[in-house]
Design a protein around this ligand. Sequence first.
Ligand SMILES: Cc1cc2nc3c(=O)[nH]c(=O)nc-3n(C[C@H](O)[C@H](O)[C@H](O)COP(=O)(O)O)c2cc1C
Length: 175
Amino acid sequence: MVTKDVIAAILERRCIRSFKDDPVPRATVGRLIDAARWAPTAGNLQPWQFYVVYDDKKKREIAQAAYNQRFVGYAPVVIIVCTQPEISAAKYGERGTNLYAIQDSAAAAQNIMLAACGYGLGTCWVGAFNENMLIEALNLPPGVLPVVIIPVGYPDEENKAPARRPVEEIVHIIE
Ligand SMILES: Cc1cc2nc3c(=O)[nH]c(=O)nc-3n(C[C@H](O)[C@H](O)[C@H](O)COP(=O)(O)O)c2cc1C
């Protein structure tokens, strides 16, 4: 399996909202989850759960929970990165709940997206969703909260890179 250089993946990754019907091999999905669980976490607590959805009906429910972003339902597989804030809170209190638990999940999500890009797959970070609807659709246990929905599939569109703010506007060098 050929993968891209990490810098190429960072630069070439685009949010993809249209997918081919071709299934994503389960072994590849496994590698995406592996990439996720090797993300850094505060205190190495790994306060996360990953839901991997192949079922069409469930994917449509997830798309509905994402304010009817229908492309989510048409991806061959949808991964939901969830956090367990209580795990972080036990060691880090409020900072664990409000910041670390979310940061850990975000790092995992980015790893999934970059790894997917390396395998020639398209993804999109979907953060707009009704939390309660998604919890219900996935039947999440208490203490497990969804952070990011990631539809995954082979891209059926080529997106131009949206502009980034210029370096001069965002970088502050102190020397
Ligand atoms: C926190 C967050 C929430 C986002 N939510 C959505 C979303 O709900 N739906 C969507 O289509 N894209 C969503 N995006 C994707 C952004 O629109 C996209 O990353 C941005 O336009 C830059 O494009 P690129 O990822 O192709 O570089 C989200 C991205 C982030 C980081």
